[in-house]
Design a protein around this ligand. Structure first.
Ligand code: MBD
Ligand code: FE
Length: 289
């Protein structure tokens, strides 16, 4: 595998990771995801409001035909590049998450993003996430406890962790990485505790060669998300929490392109007294179902 370690850097293409993200999303929907039949009145209300918002924009901003056609061409390209999951998760999902989790008392959640995969390898409470033998990056021990809002430990809670590698690439979306690289499902011990061994991810840059990258360049924005770890934490009779955790000092914690950083989600890594790299502690508090 070592010849392949850095292959993703040179070959990652927007169209490929976009096509993968679109395909994985479709598969999940087909497996009983949430393509809920939305009732007709609700569709009429929501679609009507969305269309009105765009029409208002055209009138307010006195849109020209040149701009209209540029917009049309760009929308077509988002589809061709498979970047609808990326576009929606970067620029819209944070509001959906805010609405969905407004009443939570436990830990804050944040967006899932386009790169989650279910069914990652199952590991013990103190396991090492699947990684290459020569996986580049600072070793990171990530540990803590999963409890209910009243502090009761939740034994057997499951933590799914997925994150980018030291170059900002996700397995199964960028090429040249082992299938489950930096993806694992950990079962908490009898006291709800977990201790995961991984490496620190790099900041993530939205692919620059696809439609989303084209928009970012045309608008003069930046394409970065701060370095982050993604989680889903489940326990029986408790609400699933989807979250991300961030590292202090990352220049993009304050201007995440996906607007998904919250102050409660910042870690505090310290030098690991028992080994190489860093150790960081975070406790998950789950609301009742
Ligand atoms: C990511 O890694 C991510 O987490 C989000 C939300 C969007 C794009 C890439
Ligand atoms: Fe991510």
């Amino acid at each position: 595998m070592s010849e392949n370690s850095f292959q993703s850097e040179v070959t990652a293409k927007a169209a490929e990771s976009g096509a993968n993200a679109s395909a994985r999303f479709r598969e999940r929907q087909a497996q009983g995801g949430s393509t809920a039949a939305v009732d007709q009145e609700r569709v009429a209300l929501l679609a009507g409001k969305a269309i009105k918002a765009l029409n208002d924009l055209v009138i307010e901003e006195q849109l020209s035909y040149e701009e209209y056609n540029a917009f049309k061409a760009w929308l077509i390209k988002v589809g061709e590049d498979g970047e609808w999951p990326l576009f929606l998760d970067v620029w819209l999902e944070h509001s959906v998450e805010e609405v969905a989790n407004a009443d939570r008392e436990g830990s804050k959640g944040t967006i899932e993003g386009p790169y989650y995969l279910g069914g990652s390898p199952e590991l013990e409470w103190n396991g090492t996430i699947p990684m290459r033998e020569d996986e580049p990056g600072t070793p990171l021990v990530f540990k803590g406890q999963v409890t209910a809002v009243d502090g009761t430990p939740l034994p057997g809670a499951k933590l799914e962790l997925w994150h980018a590698d030291n170059l900002g690439f996700y397995s199964q979306f960028a090429p040249g990485l082992p299938e489950w690289n930096l993806r694992g499902t950990f079962t908490a011990n009898d006291n709800g505790e977990y201790e995961i061994h991984t490496i620190r991810p790099a900041p993530y840059q939205i692919p620059t060669d696809g439609a989303c990258g084209q928009l970012i360049a045309a608008a003069g924005w930046h394409a970065w998300r701060p370095a982050h770890l993604h989680f889903k934490v489940h326990a029986p009779e408790h609400q699933l929490i989807t979250s991300q955790l961030y590292f202090p000092g990352d220049p993009h914690n304050d201007d995440d392109i996906a607007s998904a950083v919250k102050p409660e989600l910042l870690l505090d890594p310290q030098p690991n007294p028992d080994g190489e790299g860093e150790v960081t502690v975070y406790d998950f508090v789950l609301d009742p179902a």
